[in-house]
Design a protein around this ligand. Structure first.
Ligand SMILES: [Zn+2]
Ligand SMILES: [Zn+2]
Length: 387
């Protein structure tokens, strides 16, 4: 677009702080009261920008018009304009791959601001830990099935363990596919073995590099729960056809709407008690986990989706509101972990969700539909009063 903007090196006369700015002043000229550190005067001491600055400036000016900038060696801040910021940012992002600086775009008062920040190094994870945890979780879910859930039936315990690992695995695979599609670095899933009646707390993958766009943010959040749910649905249905209504059998503490719908499909009504097949029980567990996970708050899967759709301030208000609402509505039911979940949301998500590198451009239609799909699955997993 434009040729490179004129850059000058400035130094504070008082504290010796120095940076580079867009300016056409001559050496020795002074700008009063501009030192960001002490507020005193700064003087032009150099003309040519060094390589570490000239290169990224050249890169930015290929895609944006630079109207102002301030730079120190770990951070370059620019005010820019562009006819199509979304396209320009994507082009800049592609060009910045494998380079020292990563662009971040924010809107402030109608102005477009770019920050180039030093790319954080990506640490390689130890894959042995992932496999160790995977094996351990197979064991603990089998043990939970054998000793607690299905009274010494090895086959039923194995079925439960296999089904729950398959559904959790599909959930994590969804996240992983979204990460690949969007060039986001992430670890393999960590399955979490637990000494509880399920044998696990679920699984997580850890995101290692910034999320480039709102589209990527929505995909990263939604793909896991959607794929996990898609696998849980048929397995739960099959499990229910192998289950029997049994008034003396298991009474589930809550019934997700979709679980009630499947029960009506299989039995014609929602039985008060069940002799539950391990597949159906594993499906019920995953539906409950999906419900917790898709709450549009903080850094939960649903929280990422919500942040792709709304500003950080609105997202924060929503997170707080939901946290307190869950805590208060959960308090009368101490047996069910709703109030704990509300408490954790209040406790863990006290800051803004940083959002995507491009937090300015509007979300595209396809990912809006994906966000709606995540909302529908969330609603389907909410509990309904039955019996
Ligand atoms: Zn100073
Ligand atoms: Zn997830």
């Amino acid at each position: 677009m434009e040729k490179d903007p004129p850059a000058r090196k400035f130094e504070c006369l008082n504290c010796k702080y120095s940076d580079y700015r867009m300016s056409a002043l001559e050496i020795g000229e002074i700008i009063p009261g501009e030192c960001p550190r002490c507020g005193k005067d700064m003087k032009v001491v150099g003309m040519e920008p060094p390589d570490w600055l000239a290169k990224p400036l050249g890169l930015v000016s290929k895609h944006f018009d630079i109207t102002d900038f301030v730079a120190s060696s770990d951070r370059i801040e620019l005010e820019v304009t562009a006819r199509n910021p979304k396209q320009s940012f994507r082009a800049l992002l592609r060009a910045s791959k494998q380079r020292e600086y990563l662009p971040v775009m924010r809107g402030r008062g109608g102005e477009l601001r770019l920050m180039l920040v030093k790319t954080p190094p990506v640490k390689a994870g130890n894959v042995a830990i992932n496999f160790l945890l995977l094996a351990a979780t197979f064991l603990t879910t089998f043990a939970a099935g054998y000793f607690i859930l299905f009274g010494g039936h090895a086959l039923q315990a194995a079925l439960f363990s296999g089904a729950i690992m398959l559904m959790l695995g599909a959930h994590e695979l969804g996240h992983k596919i979204a990460a690949w599609r969007n060039g986001v670095e992430s670890t393999l899933p960590y399955f979490i073995p637990a000494p509880n009646f399920l044998g696990t707390f679920g699984a997580v993958i850890s995101i290692k590099s910034p999320i480039p766009t709102k589209e990527a943010l929505v995909e990263m959040g939604a793909a896991g729960p959607l794929l996990g749910f898609a696998v849980a649905l048929p397995l739960t249905f099959i499990g229910l056809t192998l289950s029997k209504p049994d008034p003396t059998g298991l009474v589930l503490p809550i019934t997700p709407a979709i679980f009630a719908i499947l029960q009506v499909g299989v039995f014609g009504h929602v039985p008060s008690g069940l002799s539950l097949n391990p597949l159906a029980f594993a499906g019920w567990v995953v539906m409950v986990l999906t419900m917790f996970n898709l709450i549009p708050a903080g850094q939960l899967d649903g929280g990422h989706v919500a942040r792709g759709v709304m500003s950080r301030e609105r997202h924060f208000t929503l997170t707080r509101t939901l946290g307190f609402a869950l805590f208060l509505t959960g308090l009368p039911f101490p047996d069910f972990p709703l109030w704990i979940w509300g408490f954790l949301i209040i406790l863990l998500f006290r800051g803004y969700h940083a959002g995507a590198l491009d937090d300015v451009s509007k979300l595209s239609g396809r990912q809006k539909k994906l966000a709606v799909a995540a909302l529908v699955v969330f609603l389907l997993c909410l509990p309904v009063p039955v019996g």
